[in-house]
Design a protein around this ligand. Sequence first.
Ligand code: KG4
Ligand code: ZN
Length: 336
Amino acid sequence: MKNILAFETSCDETSVALVTTEYQILAHTIATQMEHARFGGVVPEIAGRLHLQMITPLVDQVLREARMGREQVDYLAVSVNPGLIGALLVGVSFAKALAWAWSKPLVAVNHMLAHIWANKLVNPALQPPFLALVVSGGHTELVHFKEGGDIEVVGRTQDDAAGEAFDKTAKLLGLGYPGGPVVDKLAQRGKPDFVDFPRALREKENYNFSFSGLKTAVKQYVEQHDPEFIKENAPNIAASLQAAVTDVLIKKSVRYARTHHINRLVLAGGVAANSGLRTGLDRQAARYGLELFIPPLRLCTDNAAMVGAAAVEKVNAGDFADLSLNAFSQKGTRRI
Ligand code: KG4
Ligand code: ZN
């Protein structure tokens, strides 16, 4: 068994973890940058600077927590795409510097694959074939992991990501940033059928998603009602929005899995923390006899343990990066 020191700096979480090649988490820290809240969204320049301040103390903290020194670190791993380029660059530059200074092999990780492989940290035996529903602040993808290792993105959003639908609704309702957790909490005491928000691209054979119409519908709804009514009914609006987003996510994933005879469903990404999505998917998976994998809450949103988990496959294959490694912002779940 070997140890991987992993870094995640793609957006507004600075995170460092020490993970074994057997998918055990030895130590893990996640520092969420609260400084963006007053801007109503992540400011890339600020994110990069804060990553730079946080990353060294977090490495010290993780090694202390694991009661290990650098000699016990066998590999380094880092998210290189997708994400905010200035934020990614901090993690990549830091990991490269350590790889050079400590003479350790370095592994480059795709952040979306890392979200999916977060599931390995609780279910190390998880193997393809499976269908992954990857839902985050910047992505909504259905990814088919085939037997033998090939992956195919079989559906994706044509405009906004699922997380954006939550974030933008929260902004319209004056609930702050990030919106997902607040909308989720409010929705728990609201009526999901209070407003019939649109469900886009409902045709049976269409596995793509679209959430920008939903954002417009929420905006129009808010504009057409007086502020007092909106405030009073915020839980109902949140519950209706959540239902509109999760309905399509659940329907399309279950339909794709059933149509293509895939009997394992994997949920991943920040929106996987959503309680409505978790229970709805659980219910439908049970109904159709699909085996469902969902990471625990802490491993759904951005974290470095998932980066370590995604690195294991590459460590085992001897697939290492050299010091010419660079960050890039190209979107999507892909092997790199
Ligand atoms: O994966 P992630 O941490 O960062 C990206 O890679 O984008 O996902 C962040 C997204 C944000 O849009 C946030 O609002 C959403 O995940 N999110 C949630 C919940 N927790 C986080 N959305 C709905 N319900 C939640 N409980
Ligand atoms: Zn993410």
